[in-house]
Design a protein around this ligand. Structure first.
Ligand code: SAH
Ligand code: MG
Length: 209
C-alpha cells in the first residue's frame, strides 16, 4: 500500500468533496432547482465566516446545497425544512454523501405546518429561501426562536427584476405584491436593522437589535 501524508489525504478528500458539490450544481441546473447563485453564496459564506453561528435554521432546503455550504463554512449545526418529496429525497442523499448527516438535519414538512419539531432550539441565524409569497409568515413564525443579536438572511429579494417590471400574469403580480410587502415589513420593523443588497437575486440581511 502507498503511504500518504495527512496533508495529501486531506487534499484528496477535498477533491472528492468538491467533485460531489459539482454534481449537485449539475443536478440543479438540469432539473431547474433554484439553488443559490454564486454571488449570493459568496455573501452567505462571508456572513457565516464572520458571524460564526452555532445553529442555523434554513427554510427551503431543496437539494441540500446551501445548507451543506453553510455548515461547512461555519461549523454550525443546520436545521433545514423542505416540503417537496423529491427535493427531500435528493437532499438526504446528498447530505449523506457529503458526510454531513450529523450536522445538517432535514425536516420533511411544510414550514408553516411545523409545530414541535424545533422545540427547545434557538438559532443564531435564519436563512429564508422558500416560497416568496410566504416570506413575512416565515419571518414572523421562526424569529420567535432567534437569539438576541441573531440574524435573518433572505434570498431572492429582487426576484429576477420582477419588482419593477410590468407584469401581465395575475398570479405573478400577486406574488410580487407580497414580496414588496415583505420589503416594507423588514425595512419598517423596529426590532431589526435591515439592509438589502443587490447581489445574486437580491439578499436581505436583518440584524435583531
Ligand atoms: N436553499 C436552497 C434552494 C431552495 S429553493 C439552496 O440554495 O440550495 C426553494 C425550496 O423551498 C424548494 O425546494 C421548495 O420545495 C421549498 N419550499 C417552498 N415553500 C416551502 C414551504 N412552505 N415549506 C417547506 N419548503 C418549501
Ligand atoms: Mg433562493
Amino acid at each position: 500500500m502507498v503511504e500518504i501524508s495527512d496533508e495529501e489525504r486531506n487534499v484528496l478528500l477535498n477533491l472528492k468533496f468538491d467533485d460531489y458539490v459539482e454534481t449537485m450544481r449539475d443536478y440543479a441546473k438540469e432539473h431547474n432547482v433554484p439553488i443559490i447563485q454564486d454571488e449570493g453564496l459568496a455573501f452567505l459564506k462571508a456572513i457565516v465566516k464572520l458571524y460564526k453561528p452555532k445553529r442555523i435554521l434554513e427554510i427551503g432546503c431543496a437539494i441540500g446545497y446551501s445548507s451543506s455550504m453553510m455548515s461547512i463554512y461555519s461549523d454550525a449545526e443546520v436545521y433545514t425544512i423542505e416540503r417537496d418529496p423529491i427535493m427531500y429525497e435528493q437532499a438526504c442523499k446528498n447530505i449523506k454523501a457529503l458526510g454531513l448527516e450529523n450536522k445538517v438535519h432535514i425536516i420533511f414538512k411544510d414550514a408553516l405546518e411545523i409545530t414541535n419539531e424545533l422545540d427547545g432550539l434557538d438559532f443564531d441565524m435564519i436563512f429564508i429561501d422558500a416560497a416568496k409569497g410566504q416570506y413575512t409568515k416565515f419571518f414572523q413564525k421562526f424569529t420567535t426562536q432567534l437569539k438576541d443579536k441573531g440574524i435573518v438572511v433572505t434570498d431572492n429579494m429582487l426576484f429576477h427584476g420582477f419588482l419593477d417590471a410590468e407584469i401581465h400574469s395575475r398570479n405573478l403580480r400577486q406574488l410580487v405584491g407580497k414580496l414588496k410587502k415583505y420589503h416594507e415589513f423588514l425595512l419598517t420593523n423596529p426590532d431589526y436593522d435591515t439592509s438589502i443588497y443587490n447581489l445574486g437575486d437580491g439578499m436581505a440581511l436583518s440584524i435583531k437589535k
